[in-house]
Design a protein around this ligand. Structure first.
Ligand code: ADP
Ligand code: MG
Length: 771
């Protein structure tokens, strides 16, 4: 087979996949002042009602907190849309300088260096000219219209400059200046006044405390980031929104090293006005962007986020996301970093999964995975294996050993693949991982190409990972791969494990615009993200959850910490089965209640202050007769906490215990949880989370993801349990959570007992806190 065969693809259509042609949809000079088709104006803040808007009090309420300006008159229309902020026809640099050691000096330097094609207006009261361009003493003196002004002025001067820009009719300010809401109350007050001044004029703000915008597609680098020191940033399909400007610059620079191509990268800083969701919406519509990366610290308007993820999915654009604050320590840092509240990571992860987005831990892996999605074919479907192939046993085996750590597996070769491999090697070596050193005549390029070709056609092999070690002909072998991947239409992840001696091989891949990785872990992290992308893409698009009939919140809701009986009454109103029970004070009442309920009974001490009743001896089970009830009553009253009474309840039977929980995640909305229940929940940590409300199929899927699922489903000859009843209870609980909205702090039913299939489930304990 010929090396480097072009297979008919042109450089412009890199993989012959008919991807959207990369073009500027809003290049300098093509859109008039005013609103564009891209919905990033203020109207879009209210978002379309969707699954996420159904929930309780959020419905119909403008969800954008407008800070201190609630009482202000309505804002005038935006002077320019976000598309034009990203691709401005004219840019004023406030504080422009010839000194690249200064922010304003770097901004103008990078604009010129990266070929900004619009009107450039340096503003500096002390100089007639900067970088050979006429400078103006103030924004008022600059010839308009000015689409964008970039400000990197000291915080003390910020308000004055913003007001001058608003006055002069500037479309938007990119505010690099920091030490505002990110630095405490004083800064927050200045920030609020800047926003008010901008809004009163219809001027938009990016930032403050941001590093601006890299519009790589149109060569408009509106930033002071040192990432722009490179000769050129390669244009490509990766769009980025980042709450950290420094991280954005770093990721673009990292991507540059791997030849990743970017479209528009926007650092949103404190999101005082334009926020992450505005940019996400813009990137979904942006023809130059094929894959979207997000660095999120806290969402300003969470209700918009999930619907936008779904829209991105419908548009065929994968969204990759890193969320700060996975660890408690990280969450603390995020809070103080950009003055936004970090929602709980698990809830955020559930939301991303449900909306088909890819959540990663490592920002570097996010960029490499985005590059793979931009430049390589995508996986045919989720759940396929990988083939690991190279001419070194050491690299193939160690890479294979790492697969499971990334949730990946080797593929099971089909008959046709095995037949192809048999042509090149003895039967004993026809297996994965494939060491081409075992070829009959030693590693041959024809053999390598034939085997990789066969893998890329195999029904169970989604992608091929090639971990290359030092060897003769490294560069020539690297050069074979791009055409093979293109022809196979599946990802091929090339790892050059060697250091500098591998540079010749890397250069061949660069020339072919093909991604490469420097170590196996990078490739495996990318492969895991590709798998998640395929899972997200493959998720059925379901109609919004349908509300079961007859569910309504009671007219008078209890408040604060609820007792077990109060919590159970609340869930019973939503059709969740609970134990028959009665409150009693005296021993005589307790016996009467037990007789009415029927022996045996359970008895519990009632106290709002107690979280784990059994730890304090407040749970008495299997009380068979009146004497046992009297004895239990006496024992409960002797407990070391004051009781409101005792609860007498039916002894329920079940073969397994689950926990069902619900809470309102500040900033993200209502969530439900299901897990292995009983007193060991915290020990087992076998739980699944999802945003509420749920469809029945969502609830079933959550149950199936539990580690305990095989036991529920009837492992080792045990009877299958009533998981349908559990799913039904979970759906009902999810509607309760949705209806309670922000009033719900937390609620759990631990445990519900699950009986045999068809016999239902029942909640035997309940606890809740309502705001
Ligand atoms: P705690 O506050 O300690 O969680 P629970 O009410 O959940 O108290 O009781 C502890 C355990 O006792 C439960 O996990 C369950 O196994 C069992 N239990 C409690 N109430 C009943 C009941 N009515 N029927 C059967 N078992 C029960
Ligand atoms: Mg309990």
């Amino acid at each position: 087979m010929a090396k480097n065969a072009p297979h008919g693809a042109t450089a412009g259509d890199r993989w012959g996949l008919g991807r959207a042609i990369r073009q500027a949809d809003a290049g300098p000079g093509d859109a008039p002042h005013g609103r564009s088709a891209v919905g990033c104006g203020r109207g879009s803040r209210r978002g379309p009602p969707g699954r996420w808007a159904v929930a309780g009090p959020r419905h119909g309420v403008p969800s954008f907190p407008r800070g201190n300006d609630q009482a202000m008159p309505p804002s005038p229309p935006d002077r320019i849309p976000l598309a034009r902020i990203v691709s401005p026809r004219s840019v004023a640099v406030i504080g422009a300088s010839d000194d690249v050691g200064k922010f304003g000096g770097r901004v103008i330097h990078y604009l010129i260096k990266h070929g900004y094609g619009g009107r450039l207006l340096p503003i500096n009261p002390n100089r007639p000219a900067i970088r050979g361009l006429p400078a103006f003493p103030g924004i008022a003196a600059a010839p308009g219209p000015v689409d964008v002004a970039i400000l990197a002025v000291p915080v003390g001067l910020l308000l004055r400059e913003i007001e001058a820009c608003a006055e002069a009719g500037v479309g938007a300010c990119i505010v690099i200046t920091g030490k505002l809401a990110d630095a405490g109350a004083e800064g927050a007050a200045i920030e609020a006044r800047a926003v008010a001044a901008a809004r009163a004029a219809g001027m938009r703000l990016v930032g403050p405390n941001c590093l601006g915008i890299f519009n790589v597609t149109d060569g408009a680098m509106l930033s002071s980031s040192l990432a722009l020191e490179v000769e050129t940033v390669r244009a490509g399909g990766i769009g980025m929104v980042s709450q950290s400007g420094a991280l954005m610059g770093t990721l673009v620079s990292l991507g540059h090293r791997h030849d990743a191509g970017f479209s528009r990268c926007v650092s949103v800083g404190n999101q005082a006005d334009l926020e992450l969701c505005d940019v996400l919406e813009f990137l979904i519509e942006d023809a130059a962007t094929s894959v979207i990366t997000l660095y999120v610290e806290g969402l300003k308007d969470p209700a918009r986020f999930a619907p936008l993820l779904l829209r991105a999915r419908a548009a065929g654009k994968p969204v990759l996301c890193v969320k700060a604050g996975r660890s408690e320590a990280g969450a603390q840092a995020a809070r103080s970093h950009t003055a936004s509240l970090a929602g709980s990571h698990a809830a955020f992860a559930a939301l991303c999964r449900d909306a088909g987005a890819v959540l990663l831990d490592d920002p570097a892996a996010m960029v490499l995975a985005a590059d793979a999605l931009d430049r390589l074919p995508r996986l045919p479907r989720a759940g396929m294996g990988v083939a690991v192939v190279a001419s070194s046993g050491g690299s193939t085996v160690t890479t294979t050993d790492m697969l499971a750590d990334y949730g990946l597996r080797l593929g099971e070769m089909g008959a046709a693949t095995r037949a192809e491999l048999r042509r090149w090697m003895p039967e004993s070596h026809v297996h994965l991982p494939l060491d081409t050193g075992s070829f009959n005549d030693g590693t041959s390029e024809d053999g390598l190409a034939a085997c990789i070709g066969a893998f890329l056609r195999d029904d169970d092999i989604g992608s091929v990972i090639v971990p290359m070690t030092t060897q003769p002909a490294m560069a020539a072998r690297a050069a074979m791969l791009p055409p093979l991947a293109r022809e196979g239409g599946r990802p091929l992840l090339y790892v050059m494990m060697a250091g500098e001696v591998g540079d010749a091989a890397r250069a061949r891949l660069r020339a072919a615009e093909f991604p490469f990785y420097d170590h196996a872990a990078q490739a495996l992290a990318v492969q895991r993200a590709l798998e998640q992308e395929a899972q997200g893409r493959g998720r059925a698009v379901l109609p919004p959850p349908a509300r079961p009939p007859g569910l309504a919140l009671p007219a008078a809701l209890p408040q604060g910490a609820l007792t077990e009986a109060e919590a159970k009454r609340l869930v019973a109103a939503f059709g969740i089965p609970v134990t028959r029970e009665a409150l009693a004070t005296t021993a005589g009442d307790a016996v009467a209640a037990a007789e009415a309920i029927g022996f045996p009974v359970a008895m519990k001490g009632v106290s709002r202050a107690v979280v784990h009743k059994s730890d304090l001896g407040l749970v008495k089970l299997n009380l068979a007769d009146a004497d046992a009830v009297r004895a239990a009553h006496a024992a409960l009253l002797a407990a070391p906490v004051p009781l409101e009474g005792v609860l007498v309840q039916e002894m329920a039977r079940g073969a397994a215990e689950l926990i069902l929980g619900a809470r309102h995640e500040p900033g993200l909305g209502p969530f439900v949880l299901v897990g292995s229940g009983g007193i060991w929940v915290e020990v087992l940590r076998d739980v699944q989370l999802a945003p509420a409300p749920l469809r029945p199929e969502d609830a079933r899927a959550m149950l199936r993801r539990l580690a305990i699922w095989p036991v529920l489903a009837g492992a080792r000859g045990r009877p299958a349990l009533d998981t349908e009843a559990a799913a039904e209870a979970l759906v009902r609980l999810s509607w309760l959570a949705a209806d309670l909205g922000e009033r719900l702090v937390e609620l759990d039913l631990n445990p519900i007992l699950l009986r045999a299939a068809g016999e239902g489930c029942i909640a035997v304990d309940g606890r809740a806190t309502l705001a």
